[in-house]
Structures are given as structure tokens and as C-alpha cells.
Design a binder for this molecule. Structure first.
Ligand code: DP6
Length: 325
């Protein structure tokens, strides 16, 4: 009743921003991501008859509070599914995701947890089933089941049975790279969960966001298939800007951007004017991720490191899906 799994984080090129069901974590739009090799979580789950509650440690530290609650509530789903509602576990997770890089470690975390826990209980799930389950831990995590590019299909059913991610192109389809630009900005004040809820409930721009997604998806999937970097970059950058625009239309309005976020965005646009194709995307925090091709790695890295307010630049490639160790 023990298993270890490893899952990588992912960066959305078409963002998931808005839920139609908060309890089941069902999104209002499809999203599309690239799994990254540089950032992962490794999790061991050991179910033990003698335990009276779950014990969760992250990076060798015992976790309590909200983070613990999210993990046990998620494990309840798996226990239920396995017909073992009173069987608790020891969970040990190690994060190779520098929290400062502003990557949602919940994506790799819940994907690794879902894989390890189901395996430990002897359940055999297809990738679709694993993705659907993982979704209920954290939405964006359902895309981390796959390597390379994946699309989370929002689904139409109220019970979420058709809401899971599917592979779009495998890890080795295309050597596209991502630089995570770490800024000296403070931690985010509005979590992605809270931010997307406020946006759905109040943003004057939310409908425009949702309506624009199908066209963005068509364009980016064509770009990925044909390895058209400019096309993929343009769509991803514009999609990110639209997502962030919805936060300015919310009540009360908010933004995840800092001065240094803007500085990186402007530098990336200036790089393009100087003939270096690079595009940015930003999640629910101040840090920026920059897409580029291998031949421009040196120049992109050097340029990003020289921006004032940048404390680190972490380079990553296309990563693999969930693996069992
Ligand atoms: C901006 O997956 O962290 O990164 O489903 O509430 O756990 P919950 O939210 P989460 O939101 C991620 C939002 C995003 C865009 C994305 O990854 O698609």
C-alpha cells in the first residue's frame, strides 16, 4: 500500500481563468499548457491501517492548516473511490519547484499525489481518469498528467465526468523553451482561486474573455502542430494579457503585476523589435515566463538577467508526464 510518483508543473499558454462549479473544479473555458522539465514534485504515499488521520509532510516539514486540509479532502475522494473510507496515509512530498519562481506548485503537487495515492491503493486508472481525478485537487494540475502540450477540456456535464485534460503533442514534439523570470516583488495578495472567483462574479470583461477562447485555441493548436513559434508566442502573449485585463474589470479591481513585471514585458517586446523572437506569459502573480527557441537561449537569458528587479532566471524545457518511481 505504498507508491511514489513524480509530476512536473505546467505553464498555461491559454489560461484557465474562471470556474462554473467551485466544488467540483469545473472551468468556464478550455485551457492549454506546456509541461516543464525543470520543476516537479515527488510524492510518496503510504496507507497504514493503524493511522487515525493523514500525516502530510512537504520538504521534510509537517504541514497543517489549509494546505493539509486540501490534501486530506482530496485523499477522501480517492479513499471513497477505492471503497476504503477509513484508511489514512502518510504523505511525503518533495518540491523541486522554487516557490519564488511563482509556479503553481499545486499543479505538480496534486498530480503527483493523485498518481501515488491511486497506485498505492492498487487502482488502475487511464490517463483520462487520472486527469479527471487530479482536477479535483487543483484545476491546472489535471494538465500535468501529460508531458509536452496538453489541453484541459472544460466538458459540458454538471458532474464533471467529461472535464479532463488530453494530450496535444508529446514532450519530444518540439524543443520550445521557457525562462522563469523571478522578481524581487512580494508574495501575491490575491490567490488564483480567489482571483478567478472575483473575476467570474464581478468583472465587466469576463464574457469577452470566455468568448475569445475558442479562436485562440484553434490558432495555438495549429501553431503547435506546425511548430510555428511566432504564432504560438503571439497567441499565448495576447491570451495572457486578456486574462490579466479581466482582473482590472473586477470589483474591486486588482492586478498581479508589479513595476518589474511591466519592465520584463517591455524588454521582451523590445527583444522582438531587435530580431529575437520571445514572448511572455504571466500567471496569478508578478513573475513572468518567457518563451523562446534554443538558438536564442544565451541572448534571452542575458537580456532578462540585466533587467532591474530580476533576481533569478530559471531555464526549462518541455517536460514529461506523470511517472511512477
Ligand atoms: C492563472 O489551478 O491554481 O495559473 O483550480 O482553484 O486550484 P484552482 O486554481 P489553479 O489556477 C491556475 C490559474 C492560472 C492559469 C492556468 O494555470 O491555467
Amino acid at each position: 500500500m505504498q507508491a511514489t510518483a513524480k509530476a512536473h508543473t505546467n505553464i498555461a499558454l491559454i489560461k484557465y481563468w474562471g470556474k462554473r462549479d467551485e466544488a467540483l473544479i469545473l472551468p468556464t473555458n478550455n485551457s492549454l499548457s506546456l509541461t516543464l522539465d525543470g520543476f516537479y514534485t515527488k510524492t510518496t504515499v503510504i496507507f497504514k491501517e493503524e493511522l487515525e488521520e493523514d500525516i502530510f509532510s512537504l520538504d521534510d516539514e509537517l504541514i497543517s492548516g489549509e494546505q493539509y486540509r486540501r490534501v486530506t479532502v482530496f485523499l477522501d475522494l480517492i479513499r471513497e473511490y477505492a471503497g476504503k473510507p477509513n484508511l489514512y496515509a502518510e504523505i511525503n512530498s518533495m518540491n523541486e519547484v522554487p516557490t519564488a519562481a511563482g509556479f503553481a506548485s499545486s499543479a505538480s503537487g496534486f498530480a503527483a499525489l493523485a498518481a501515488a495515492a491511486t497506485k498505492a491503493l492498487g487502482l488502475t486508472l487511464t490517463e483520462h481518469e487520472l486527469s479527471r481525478l487530479t482536477r479535483q485537487g487543483s484545476g491546472s494540475a489535471c494538465r500535468s498528467v501529460y508531458g509536452g502540450f496538453a489541453e484541459w477540456q472544460k466538458g459540458m456535464q454538471n458532474d464533471g465526468t467529461d472535464s479532463y485534460a488530453v494530450p496535444i503533442a508529446p514532450q519530444d514534439h518540439w524543443d520550445i523553451r521557457v525562462a522563469a523570470v523571478v522578481l524581487d516583488a512580494k508574495m501575491k495578495k490575491v490567490s488564483s482561486r480567489e482571483g478567478m472567483k472575483r473575476t467570474v462574479d464581478t468583472s465587466a470583461f469576463f464574457k469577452g474573455w470566455v468568448d475569445s477562447i475558442p479562436h485562440d485555441l484553434d490558432l495555438i493548436k495549429d501553431g503547435i502542430e506546425n511548430r510555428n513559434f511566432e504564432k504560438v508566442g503571439q497567441v499565448a502573449e495576447a491570451n495572457c494579457l486578456k486574462m490579466h485585463a479581466t482582473t482590472l474589470g473586477a470589483v474591486p479591481p486588482f492586478t498581479y503585476w508589479h513595476d518589474s513585471t511591466m519592465a520584463v514585458m517591455q524588454t521582451v517586446q523590445a527583444m522582438r523589435e531587435n530580431g529575437i523572437p520571445a514572448y511572455f506569459t504571466i500567471d496569478a502573480g508578478p513573475n513572468v515566463k518567457v518563451l523562446y527557441l534554443p538558438e536564442h537561449e544565451e541572448k534571452v537569458q542575458e537580456t532578462l538577467r540585466n533587467i532591474s528587479g530580476v533576481t533569478d532566471v530559471i531555464l526549462s524545457r518541455s517536460g514529461q508526464g506523470v511517472t511512477y518511481l
